[in-house]
Design a protein around this ligand. Structure first.
Ligand code: AMP
Ligand code: MG
Length: 411
């Protein structure tokens, strides 16, 4: 049997075969979670004009330099500058112009006095506080300079990014097309949720977890299929699925007599890159290509399928949509001793807590690859290398955070 590949080598093999999807123009209102296909560059400065940071009066600072509570300076109000409606006059000596927050600073003025420091008397205003030149003024281009790259290509568009694009006036924008993913589950024992179970049957959970993980990785599920445990049925289910950008088949990739996926993939001219990763859970993972399609055969156990998706499929989907495939990893300290054989790496489901000493990752008590509820409880996967035999509580350990990859919050 071929030697199992190490996790990082497997990731390199996968990423070496990724090609970014083409770009498409999308309206800003539809672009949440998409990734920019080009640098977003400002074609002017933003905001475009000097404007007031306060409601009050635009003045010439030198004229109110001596103003105070007991020594007000009286100026003639000659105009108003409202947001969206600039004044038509300039501020000349002895004059002030009423101004609102965000309104254009009139010519001649170089500062604004807060309305709280003023008192209007008919056509005139008493200024009761001095202001320095530039005080309460927001300069043109303070936020964004002309020609500035506001967001580099590959940036994931969240609320602030969408707002920044709107600020520079760009809509629609080029983003990477979402990778199209086909998901096939396999197994004669599986019944969709909502159906009663007959003896020996279980509900199909991978047909829920995997499409959800795909969507949270910014990709589109274009097909879901179920394959029975026989060669013809497996081949038939895979045939159309192999037309997507990425094909994921769950289960049937192990060494059992009724595991038909590898043979069906070979029959359909998919080329194997690796089969078996030195990893628990997730050992029998298969990866290959068929024409332009990346093909993943993930082990069927509900935890294995999630862990291998997160470690292998998600980075590929992020890279395909123009993003950084690097996982969100931090170094934490183990909350308990951990022992394992040195034949393969472990991805241990852990709870993560912030204590005074820093982040503590504590392995959940039940690590069986069929215990899906442990994924519900987990905050991260602690990645314990193949060659590590034993770790003590307090030892540093690299953990892959699960929050953005598995939580729907904010999407
Ligand atoms: P397999 O990889 O096909 O050998 O399956 C390994 C284990 O995962 C078996 O216990 C299967 O019943 C279970 N399994 C496979 N596919 C699914 C699925 N879609 N939903 C829930 N459990 C599954
Ligand atoms: Mg099976």
């Amino acid at each position: 049997m071929a030697k199992a590949i190490e996790v990082e080598a497997a990731r390199r093999e996968i990423l070496a075969r990724v090609r970014a999807t083409a770009s498409q123009n999308v309206r800003l209102g539809e672009a949440l979670g998409r990734r920019l296909a080009v640098d977003a560059v400002a074609d002017g400065q933003f905001q475009p004009f000097d404007n007031s940071a306060m409601d009050g009066f635009a003045v010439r600072a030198e004229e109110v330099a001596g103003a105070g509570l007991g020594s007000p300076v009286s100026l003639t109000i000659v105009d108003e500058s409202r947001a969206g409606h600039p004044a038509t006059h300039a501020v000349k000596p002895g004059e002030a112009i009423a101004i609102s927050t965000g309104a254009v600073l009139p010519a001649g003025a170089d500062a604004a006095v807060r309305v709280e420091d003023t008192e209007v008397e008919g056509e005139r205003v008493l200024i009761r506080a001095a202001v320095a030149p530039g005080e309460n003024v927001r300069r043109a281009g303070e936020d964004i300079a002309a020609g500035e790259t506001v967001l580099p290509a590959g940036t994931e568009l969240g609320p602030a990014e969408l707002g920044a694009l709107a600020t520079i006036g760009v809509d629609p924008i080029p983003v990477h097309r979402r990778p199209r993913v086909a998901v096939v589950t396999s197994g004669d024992e599986l019944v969709p949720a909502g159906m009663p179970l007959r003896p020996g049957q279980i509900h199909d959970s991978n047909s829920q977890t995997v499409p959800a993980l795909v969507r949270l990785a910014g990709a589109e599920v274009v097909m879901t299929r179920h394959a029975p445990d026989n060669p013809q049925g497996t081949r038939a289910a895979l045939l159309r699925a192999l037309e997507a950008d990425v094909t994921i088949i769950c289960g049937g990739v192990s060494v059992g007599e009724h595991d038909h996926v590898k043979a069906a993939l070979a029959d359909l001219d998919a080329e194997q890159v690796f089969w078996r990763v030195a990893l628990k859970p997730g050992g029998p993972t298969w990866f290959g290509t068929r024409n332009e399609t990346l093909v993943f055969g993930l082990p069927g156990n509900p935890v294995s399928v999630m862990a291998t998706f997160l470690l292998f499929v998600r980075p590929a989907l992020l890279a395909m949509s123009g993003g950084e495939p690097t996982a969100r990893r931090v170094t934490a300290r183990l909350g308990a001793d951990y022992e394992k054989p040195t034949d393969r790496a472990h991805a241990a489901r852990c709870r993560l807590e912030l204590r005074r000493s820093g982040w503590i990752a504590t392995p959940l008590p039940r690590q069986g690859s069929h215990i899906l509820t442990s994924m519900v409880a987990a905050d991260c996967l602690a990645l314990i290398p193949t060659e590590t035999a034993a770790l003590k509580a307090g030892d540093p350990v690299e953990v892959e955070l699960l929050d953005r990859a598995t939580s729907n919050m904010g999407r």
